[in-house]
Design a protein around this ligand. Structure first.
Ligand code: GLA
Length: 653
């Protein structure tokens, strides 16, 4: 039985000396101090944290521990969000510590500390800020099996959340200190993913596609299978033609309207067809955009040859055969000065934007770039302020198909915007993009300010960032994913919530790309959630170094079909039970995509009762990552879900 001893500040052992409140030499003191287990002395390799590494007797920044102006010799420096799990084996008497934000942080830091015993929160601090005195903890542990020390984000984001556990001590029962150990999770089996590179020919991609009549049209039919493949398209509108060898459809739709097209492909092993509704009424992005962007891998190191290489690799790796089509240049392409006519120009990293666009188009792919409504971009390059029309026309002249438009220095133009103020620069640019000679997808990047998910579409956005910048940690990725229920209503064909670009594969924001820090199960959750949420699937890795497992993760056509579903209804959370959640979305064919998610630290069973999504009776259920029907289930299904993992199911109609 677990006993919780009420906390008494005055009785707490604080400094290291103070934490050994026994006279040296006395029998009792020796015996009792032998029972003290200092948690910073345990194996720290099992600690999960979302920035940096856990540090013994130092802050996460590597400095001496200091909280509220007081130095501490002993403790553990970590960073929100973090989890430290300790196995007690019912051999512990109590836990004591203090905790606070390290003085090396800054005023944006805010964290909450929690002590969890056998899955129950038994003590917690309020939101702690830098400069506050440490928060004391004392918890009885008799009978307990596990102790978990958790640090949560206490404010807007985890930036500077440098968090210290000071003198964290477990007092063991007499003679039992060796049974108090850090839990180090065993290496997780890598989730099995179906092979998507089958020799049989199969057409993939959206079933509905938007464009404007009278503007250039380009669509490369995504199709897997052994080459050569012969393509055809029945019912193409006047003005479009298909290249039977490459499957690239191009031209200009002559007249506004809806056109039911059937795409056809055949190879030596058979044939495949897919319906494809072309809606030539000016609405773009009827399904979420898919492609690649330079930022998460190259940041400021992007240049023209890297963008060309990305386009080549979309084709060579086969990613384009599953629907990835945009190749987007992010920030740092712009020259510092406009030309004498006021036109924006690329800097020396991009010798010719026009040639680059033409090259990407020659592969049947599309190209995007980046700017800001302010005078400067986020990285301090030339923005579009007061040159919006000129820039929109220039992008079209070069042949661009996509613009990401990032708020940043616009904060200096309108420091305290009301709703109309948030919308103004996006309305303006959208107007000029629409007036330009090309169809240009408009991606709003302003981190969700003013609840952009409620109005992004009404100002001409085709997608809008709802969050701060993602990084390849569980904390960052999962915070972006699991905050998404409240955004669901405003998204649908033509406009999508954007929880930011993907962080799988080799990446690193400049320098030499390194593997993502997400575990394989976390990566499965990442792609499952983005597909459930109808999020844009924009790769952020070095495509020249993509490994076979990551390729499987990114090319599963059944998972991509969930993302690209023509109904366009993003999933919402339909159930939360402790660390497990169920997210579900209805699909155009009457089926349901359901994600069973485990955000906890251990594998757990998750049960989906069909009635929570208003489904009754018996249904065939398909595991989408395995691409296998797993049986017929009446009223519910239960699956074991790995730590931080997701089982993605389709409940067939
Ligand atoms: C912001 C955006 C990123 C990236 C950078 C470029 O931080 O959120 O996605 O575009 O700007 O400077």
């Amino acid at each position: 039985m677990l006993t919780l001893i009420p906390f008494l500040v005055t009785s707490l052992p604080f400094g290291r000396e103070a934490s050994m409140p026994f006279k040296q030499g006395s029998q009792t003191a020796a015996a009792q101090s032998a029972n003290i287990v200092r948690l910073e002395d345990l194996d720290l390799s099992g600690i999960q944290q979302d920035w940096g590494s856990p540090e013994k007797d130092k802050s996460v920044g590597g400095k001496p521990l200091s909280v509220g102006g007081t130095h501490f010799q002993f403790g553990l420096g970590t960073h929100a969000t973090s989890r430290f799990l300790i196995t007690l084996n019912q051999d512990a008497a109590s836990f004591s510590a203090q905790a606070g934000v390290d003085d090396e942080a800054n005023s944006t830091a805010s964290v909450k500390f929690q002590v969890i015993v056998d899955g129950h929160i038994v003590a917690r601090s309020p939101a702690m800020k830098m400069g506050m005195p440490p928060w004391p903890f004392y918890v009885g542990l008799r009978g307990a099996k596990y102790l978990e020390l958790r640090v949560l984000n206490g404010g807007p984001g985890i930036d500077y959340d440098h968090a210290d556990w000071l003198n964290p001590i477990v007092t063991a029962l007499p003679g039992k200190s060796s049974s108090i150990t850090a839990y180090v999770p065993p290496p997780e089996p890598i989730p099995v993913l179906a092979n998507n590179f089958l020799p049989q020919v199969q057409i993939h991609g959206p079933r509905v596609y938007g464009c404007s009549a009278g503007k250039p049209f380009l669509y490369r039919i995504p199709c897997s299978g052994d080459r050569p493949v012969q393509y055809a398209a029945k019912g193409l509108p006047q003005g479009l033609k298909i290249d039977p060898q490459t499957g690239i459809i191009s031209g200009e739709v002559k007249h506004r309207g809806n056109y039911k097209v059937t795409l056809l492909a055949k190879n030596s092993l058979g044939s495949s067809h897919r319906t494809f509704l072309i809606k030539a009424d000016g609405m773009l992005a009827l399904t979420p955009p898919m492609g690649w962007n330079s930022w998460n891998v190259w940041a400021g190191d992007v240049d023209q040859s890297k963008v060309e290489a990305a386009a080549d690799e979309l084709r060579k790796t086969g990613l384009a055969n599953f629907g990835y089509q945009f190749v987007n240049i992010d920030d740092t392409w712009e020259a510092p000065q406009r030309n004498p006519k006021g036109r924006v120009e690329p800097n020396q990293k991009f010798p010719s934007m026009k040639d680059l666009a033409a090259y990407v188009h020659s592969l049947g792919l599309k190209i995007g770039l980046y700017s800001s409504p302010g005078p400067k971009t986020c990285a301090g390059f030339t923005g579009s302020y007061q040159h919006e029309k000129q820039d929109a026309d220039q992008y079209a002249r070069w042949g661009f198909d996509y613009l990401k438009y990032d708020w940043c220095s616009y904060g200096g133009i309108d420091p305290h915007p009301d709703l109309a103020g948030y919308q103004k620069p996006y309305r303006l640019m959208s107007k000029f993009l629409k007036q330009s000679k090309r169809d240009i997808i408009f991606s709003l990047c302003q981190y969700g300010m003013g609840d952009v998910w409620n109005w992004g579409k009404s100002v001409g956005g085709n997608l809008w960032r709802c969050t701060g910048d993602i990084n390849d940690s569980w904390g960052s990725m999962s915070a972006n994913a699991f905050g998404a229920s409240k955004w669901a209503k405003g998204a649908g064909p033509g406009g999508w919530n954007d929880p930011d670009m993907l962080v799988v594969g080799k990446l690193g924001w400049g320098g030499k790309p390194r593997p993502t820090k997400l575990t394989p199960n976390e990566q499965v959750t990442h792609i499952s959630m983005w597909s459930l949420l109808a999020a844009p699937l924009i790769l952020g890795c070095d495509l020249t170094q993509i490994d076979p497992w990551t390729l499987r993760l990114l090319t599963n056509p059944e998972v991509i079909d969930v993302d690209q579903d023509s109904l366009g209804k993003p999933a919402v959370r339909v159930e939360k039970n402790g660390d497990t959640e169920i997210w579900a979305r209805p699909l155009y064919d009457g089926g349901w995509a359901v994600g069973l998610v485990n955000r906890g630290g251990f594998p757990q069973k998750v049960t989906c009762q069909f009635d929570i999504i208003h489904v009754t009776g018996k249904h065939v259920v398909r595991n989408l990552w395995l691409r296998k029907n797993i049986g017929t289930f009446a009223n519910k299904i239960t699956e074991l879900v790995p730590r931080h993992g997701t089982v993605l199911l389709k409940i067939l109609r």
